[in-house]
Design a protein around this ligand. Structure first.
Ligand SMILES: Cc1cc2nc3c(=O)[nH]c(=O)nc-3n(C[C@H](O)[C@H](O)[C@H](O)COP(=O)(O)OP(=O)(O)OC[C@H]3O[C@@H](n4cnc5c(N)ncnc54)[C@H](O)[C@@H]3O)c2cc1C
Ligand SMILES: NC(=O)c1ccc[n+]([C@@H]2O[C@H](COP(=O)([O-])OP(=O)(O)OC[C@H]3O[C@@H](n4cnc5c(N)ncnc54)[C@H](OP(=O)(O)O)[C@@H]3O)[C@@H](O)[C@H]2O)c1
Length: 282
């Protein structure tokens, strides 16, 4: 037995001190891509927990660790479809917002917290079968429809899908415009989309080819005239609504005026509504 062997057997070489482990966030997912669309809007993609199942259109709680060491979480619609291997989000940047003042600085490789409990009302199960499906959104309210526009079930269930999206300015439409544009050539659902998807973007505060609030374009009948469609009716039309509380309230009244009834997961009807954000004082 050599001296060296004897030493190994009798007194093992002490293990090198372990470097302090990188502190992982609870329910951590890694950022894979970030795109800034305007100084108020960005989108990002993160890894998807293997066990996460959700229905296109649902939302989850995501966030970062707060300065007090506790998770700072907010509701976010999943903007990617249920079949995607990553998760995509489309986000506002609120300058003094507790979460988004920090979240807007994430980079690929960073971690965010994602609580894997998806919920929401903007799902196909909450609507009765119909002929046309209207997606009505303002601002980041587009996010659940970014998911549903990439969902095969949308095209299996309806003959026509109309995406009405309104923002104050043209640049705020760009994420949605590029998404819609990319669908035609999408290898997975491009063929299903075909010419079923009708995109109707408008602005309200900057000149654009089409202007006006969703509410005004519905109640004046302009959108039906522009697209050569009959006015909404409960036998054929279904709608999903996502915007500010004021928007949702106004759209709901218009849809009810057309004879549509609000549904829920537990009781499917002709339209469903979800808030895109909780406004000041609400
Ligand atoms: C069901 C649900 C789904 C949501 N999905 C999304 C989403 O997909 N993308 C997203 O960006 N936000 C979404 N939100 C809003 C989100 O939860 C946060 O409010 C937002 O990320 C801002 O967080 P914050 O902590 O920076 O500011 P907060 O303190 O949460 O908000 C501060 C103020 O900013 C304004 N604000 C907040 N969110 C928005 C917004 N999205 N658009 C315009 N003004 C806003 C409101 O006036 C609010 O009072 C959703 C909210 C709900 C209830
Ligand atoms: N977008 C910006 O450039 C901007 C910049 C700085 C701060 N902010 C603040 O950020 C918050 C959110 O702004 P946002 O632009 O994302 O959302 P928003 O104020 O809800 O406006 C988004 C779109 O929805 C329309 N809209 C608003 N209320 C409606 C209703 N009741 N019925 C139908 N359409 C309605 C708006 O039209 P109208 O234009 O006709 O209202 C606008 O085209 C606001 O509090 C705003 O003060 C926004």
């Amino acid at each position: 037995m050599t001296e060296a062997t004897a030493m190994t057997e009798a007194s093992p070489i002490p293990a090198a001190p372990t470097p302090p482990a990188k502190q992982h966030l609870p329910d951590a997912q890694t950022v894979t891509q970030v795109t800034h669309w305007t100084d108020r809007l960005f989108s990002f993609r993160v890894t998807r927990p293997q066990s996460l199942r959700f229905r296109s259109g649902e939302f989850v709680m995501i966030g970062l660790m707060g300065d007090n060491g506790k998770p700072l979480l907010r509701a976010y619609s999943i903007a990617s479809p249920a079949w995607d291997e990553e998760l995509e989000f489309y986000s506002i940047k609120v300058p003094d917002g507790p979460l988004t003042s920090k979240l807007q600085h994430i980079q690929p490789g960073d971690e965010i917290i994602l609580r894997p409990k998806p919920v929401g009302t903007l799902v196909h199960d909450a609507l009765l079968p119909g002929k046309r499906l209207w997606f009505l959104a303002t601002g980041t309210g587009l996010a659940p429809f970014a998911s549903l526009m990439r969902e095969p079930e949308t095209y299996e269930k309806y003959d026509q899908i109309i995406m009405m999206h309104t923002c104050r300015e043209v640049a705020e439409l760009e994420y949605g415009r590029q998404l819609v544009e990319s669908l035609k050539d999408d290898p997975l659902i491009g063929e299903m989309v075909g010419d079923k998807l009708i995109y109707y973007p408008t602005t309200t505060r900057e000149p654009f080819i089409r202007m006006g609030r969703v509410t005004d374009n519905l109640s004046s009948g302009k959108v039906f005239a522009d697209l050569g469609l009959p006015p909404m009716n409960p036998a054929e039309d279904r709608a999903m609504v996502c915007g500010s509380l004021a928007f949702n309230v106004d759209v709901k009244a218009i849809l009810e005026g057309f004879g549509l009834r609000e549904g829920a997961n537990s009781e499917p009807q002709e339209f469903v509504v979800e808030k895109a954000f909780v406004g000041d004082g609400i």
